[in-house]
Write a protein that binds this ligand. Structure first.
Ligand code: PNS
Length: 158
């Protein structure tokens, strides 16, 4: 039986950094589920449905990748989907401080293992929140997100 990994996130919106981790994880596992957090208590720029649609568009060439929204506890979703591991990207030590807490909590709650992949250096400065801010202020995010995402951001802030 093959190994299934779960790559969870908010993806508001998906960036080239996310896509790099998704592509590399898809090469290392038999199946990769991209889990898009639908958190009703937050007000994202893009709805969960829109984020799922964008992720599906930018991963359509990856045959072993599935994109789906989830809500509630990550460990419950991971268990329900039969994921063997959770995969997260690490940009810097500052990410690690928060990520290790979540990884240890998820392991303590349900024995869910987290594997970390280092972000490609060219995307280590990149975050969805900075992309949103730059796009909102009229900056060019063309080199930071897939073209379809850049287009959707332009429409949103037009
Ligand atoms: O892209 P993000 O915003 O850094 O992703 C964070 C995410 C979605 C992985 C995290 O917030 C999460 O797992 N949320 C689900 C709720 C949950 O399980 N919380 C407890 C985490 S220890």
């Amino acid at each position: 039986m093959g190994l299934t990994a779960l790559c969870p996130g908010t993806f508001d919106p998906v960036t080239n950094g996310h896509l790099d981790i998704i592509e590399r994880a898809a090469q290392r596992f038999d199946a990769l589920i991209v889990g898009v957090l639908d958190n009703p208590s937050k007000q994202p720029l893009f709805t969960a449905e829109e984020r799922v649609t964008l992720l599906k568009e930018v991963t359509q060439g990856l045959n072993n990748v599935e994109v789906e929204a989830f809500s509630g506890l990550l460990v419950e979703y991971a268990t329900q989907r039969g994921a063997d591991v959770v995969v997260k990207g690490l940009r810097a030590v500052t990410d690690f401080e928060y990520e290790i807490q979540m990884a240890q909590m998820n392991h303590s709650l349900a024995g869910v293992e987290t594997l970390f992949m280092t972000t490609a250096p060219q995307w280590s400065f990149l975050s969805s929140s900075l992309v949103r801010e730059v796009a909102k202020l009229g900056g060019d995010v063309g080199g930071l997100v897939p073209p379809v995402v850049a287009e959707r951001l332009r429409e949103r802030f037009a």
